[in-house]
Write a protein that binds this ligand. Structure first.
Ligand code: PLP
Length: 394
């Protein structure tokens, strides 16, 4: 059997139509497959590879850490300098109230940890989440997910979770003595790059403060420069009580985190002791890789260049079949009339060496979330391929 047949037979599948490119190498903004084809990567592993694939500093950090130690003990017992150094570096670039990092393996686990921390700190169990939100596939995170089609098949889920639309004023009244936390993405990813109103976020934050309810921002996709600032919440002037990070956090290695104040995070040390445990969370190689990627981001002018690169995309992505474009920095959703049209454009792009896809809750929208390192020439190449695909199929 060839690799494709073995993949379909022995690796658990999650859809009937995987992309199934057989990748043999990745470098910068390009992926290479075993058929000898090169693809310009317009989605960066879904907002993971913000510094491009295999950034040399990240690869060097992985090699160096692998020469020292890999897993040594469960989370929280030994002083592991990759964790300490990364937590310190993150806190340098975060508000003072977000100074303590709990490292997990994934974004979903970061969500789970935040939900537990909110329950523990408030002694309440209700939560508010939003329609078309995705926070992970584990059962707690799934309970927050804003779509009945995906939730319903797995009931019973966590009780007491209310879902609203962004900008719904009813949220303000719903935050009461039963609600432990409000969990929201600062820019909603899988609905196709949707921003809530800044005034509404501020009102939600005020209401949370009045009601002993924690505000949790999920920046698992939006963080690390994606939206044009290091953290998207900077654009709203609101600091969350708990911040969720993942994806680009590990520089291409598996890593998630929930971040809160030192005082709040202490809740996991007592009643019960070991209130949140993980074997591999904060793996030293992942932390070393993530720290190298974060330093590469901060020591460069990539964030400063995002607005210019965003404009370069927007100026060129004009075509009668593109009905609307929503964008937040180097993150865009191009809306077509239907999934059928979008899929044809995506397939045509792939055939011409450009990798993109659609959004979970916005299948009619084409996803643009490239490495932040993408050059202006590569942006032009991507736009040429997309508009040529539109001319041919849309
Ligand atoms: N939150 C958001 C906004 C996400 O996009 C994702 C993953 O796509 C998650 C949480 C879950 O992260 P992970 O897949 O690492 O569990």
């Amino acid at each position: 059997m060839n690799q494709r047949a073995l993949f379909l037979q022995h690796v658990a599948q999650t859809s009937a139509a995987p992309l199934a490119l057989e990748i043999c190498a990745a470098e910068g903004c390009y992926l290479y497959d075993t058929a000898g084809r090169r693809y310009l990567d317009l989605i960066g592993g879904i907002s993971v590879c913000n510094m491009g694939h295999r950034h040399p500093d990240v690869v060097a950090a992985i090699r160096s850490q692998a020469d020292q130690y890999l897993h040594v003990l469960v989370y929280g017992e030994f002083i592991q300098s990759p964790q300490v150094n990364y937590a310190c570096e993150l806190s340098k670039f975060l508000p003072a109230s977000l100074n303590t990092v709990y490292f997990t393996n994934s974004g979903a686990e970061a969500t789970e940890g935040a939900m537990k921390l909110a329950k523990r700190l408030t002694n309440k169990t209700g939560m508010i989440a939003f329609n078309k939100a995705y926070h992970g596939s584990t059962q707690g995170a799934l309970s927050l997910m804003g779509d009945e089609y995906w939730r319903n098949a797995f009931r019973p889920l966590l009780p007491g979770i209310l879902h609203y639309d962004y900008n719904d004023q009813a949220v303000l009244e719903a935050i009461d003595d039963n609600i432990a936390c409000v969990v929201m993405e600062t820019v909603q990813a899988e609905s196709g790059v949707v921003r809530p109103d800044a005034d509404w976020i501020k009102a939600v934050a005020d209401r949370c403060r009045e009601s002993n309810c924690l505000l949790v921002f999920d920046e698992i996709q939006a963080g690390f420069g994606r939206t044009g600032t290091r953290w998207a919440f900077e654009q709203y002037g609101v600091v969350p009580d708990i911040l969720l990070l993942g994806k680009a956090l590990g520089g291409g290695m598996p890593l998630g985190a929930f971040i809160a104040s030192h005082e709040r995070m202490q809740a996991f040390t007592d009643q019960p002791v070991l209130g949140h445990i993980t074997t591999f969370g904060g793996h030293p190689v992942s932390c070393a890789a993530g720290l190298a990627a974060f330093k590469a981001l901060n020591n460069s002018n990539y964030i400063a260049a995002i607005a210019r690169k965003e404009q370069r995309f927007l100026q060129q992505l004009q075509h009668p079949s593109i009905r609307a474009v929503r964008s937040a920095g180097l993150w865009m959703a191009l809306a077509f009339d239907s999934f059928a049209t979008n899929k044809k454009v995506i397939d045509e792009c792939l055939a011409n060496g450009l990798l993109t896809d659609w959004f979970l809750f916005a299948p009619e929208c084409l996803r643009i979330a490239p490495p932040l390192t993408m050059t202006e020439e590569q942006i032009d190449e991507a736009c040429r391929i997309i508009t040529a695909a539109c001319n041919r199929v849309a």
